[in-house]
Ligand binder design. Structure first.
Ligand code: HEM
Length: 402
């Protein structure tokens, strides 16, 4: 049964009873599901060409979790696990209960735009005897001089990204995915993130990160003619194994923001670091958020208005041989260190057809020092092959595993 149908039988009494079980004056509701808000009703299809959770808008809540196959578990266990995970994802994304032992955490709520996305890490292929199927694109990312990576919180055999516009719905998804892993796989690392709740702003606008910047302005847009080519592996790729058709490669970086240092900068200095206005995301060369950046414009002193090391100048595809990626991050806040430093920043997740041409090209350049580098620290890293979406009756990764 769907969670909403369950609610239909139990919801009315829930509405009329107070803490002590006494009636609290609400008019008794008819025994039918409470209409969901538009946020709750948001539903993303599971059986699609590209896995969900890539091109959808940012969700208010996210969990990233990596698993390693258990000792002794191989291809057979991986097949069974991906089958279980796919069925759970399909059901939860439709607002239904989990197949086994639903925890009731998302009871009363709609799917809230839940997406569950699955990927394979480099180490998965040796564990399952599928080395021949390992994409070259999964070769380990190069070391960058500014890396401060915690290996225990990096990579992993399997990766799952869970996003939803409701925190309980997202947690419910995480818990179901972990329980499905059973004895086949163990959690290697897990991270939690968030974005603005849809509806919190008066009109749709680009998200802000924890530095206060509008972040995502120049992301490739699905309406652009080269979008698919940049983000997804084509069905006839020569470089990638056939099972990656319509898939994408996700680079995950836990990037701490050195907020105490950043917040000491004046507004003008902060804007010079990025090359865009903080209030509205407009380039420093003028106009509004959508105005093209004038890279050549100089001020009265003859200095470039958008500094040479500004983050938004350095990362541009036209400064990087066309390198482009779809950035779809979550902010994170994991509390405050004993010395008062916030453990906060960006769970940077970017999607591309080729991580060497996308993330690596741009990060190599940022690693040589853009203006933002002083204010951030890369603390964990992952690279995952995310296959195309599962067709009706199929599970994610079936073309690889069978
Ligand atoms: C653009 C912030 C890390 C790649 C931007 C913009 C901001 C920003 C404010 C300008 C608005 C926009 O177009 O979205 C940050 C912060 C980071 C970070 C706070 C770390 C905490 C990275 C990393 C990469 C990257 C690690 C890739 C290696 C890009 C790209 C653009 C961009 C490709 C768009 C360039 C364009 O197409 O014009 N970033 N960024 N960023 N950033 Fe970052």
């Amino acid at each position: 049964p769907t969670r909403r149908r369950l609610l239909g039988t139990a919801g009315a009494t829930g509405l009329v009873l107070g803490a002590a079980g006494a009636a609290v004056g609400y008019v008794s509701a008819p025994a039918q599901a409470t209409p969901l808000s538009s946020i709750g009703a948001g539903q993303v299809p599971f059986h699609v060409k590209h896995q969900p959770g890539i091109t959808e808008g940012l969700q208010a809540r996210g969990h990233l979790v990596a698993f390693d196959l258990a000792a002794g578990a191989g291809r057979k266990e991986a097949v069974a696990l991906l089958r279980r995970w796919s069925e759970t994802a399909r059901r939860l994304m439709a607002g239904e209960a989990a197949p086994n032992d639903d925890t009731d955490v998302a009871r009363d709520a709609g799917p809230s735009s839940l997406t569950i996305t699955f990927g394979f890490g480099n180490s998965f292929f040796a564990r399952t005897g599928l080395e021949k199927q390992r994409p070259v694109a999964l070769d380990p990312l190069p070391d960058f001089s500014s890396d401060h990576l915690d290996k225990a919180r990096s990579n992993g055999d399997l990766w799952v990204q869970i996003g939803a516009n409701d925190a309980l719905v997202a947690f419910h998804g995480l818990r179901a995915i972990q329980k499905d892993a059973g004895s086949a796989a163990k959690v290697r690392w897990q991270m939690n993130g968030f974005n603005r709740t849809p509806g919190a702003t008066a009109h749709p606008m680009t998200a802000r990160n924890l530095m206060g910047q509008m972040d995502g302005t120049r992301n490739p847009k699905p309406t652009e003619s080269d979008f698919d080519q940049r983000i997804f592996v084509p069905a006839s790729s020569k470089k990638d194994p056939a099972w990656m058709a319509n898939g994408s490669y996700a680079v995950v970086r836990r990037i701490r923001m050195l907020l105490d240092d950043w917040e000491k900068l004046s507004l003008t200095a902060q804007e010079q670091v990025v090359g865009r206005r903080k209030a509205n995301g407009a380039p420093l060369s003028g106009g509004d958020e959508t105005t093209a950046m004038d890279l050549e414009k100089t001020d009265a002193n003859g200095d470039l208005v958008v500094p040479l090391n500004a983050h938004a100048r350095i990362t541009r595809p036209d400064q990087n041989g066309g390198a482009a990626m779809l950035r779809r991050p979550f902010s994170y806040h994991d509390g405050i260190d004993v010395d008062g430093t916030p453990d906060a920043g960006l769970l940077f997740v970017c999607w591309q057809a080729d991580p060497l041409r996308g993330f690596v090209t741009v990060q190599r350049k940022l690693d040589r020092g853009d203006a933002l580098s002083k204010y951030i620290r890369h603390e964990a890293s992952g690279l995952f092959a995310v296959p195309g979406g599962a067709a009706q009756g199929e599970y994610v990764g079936q073309a690889l595993l069978e």
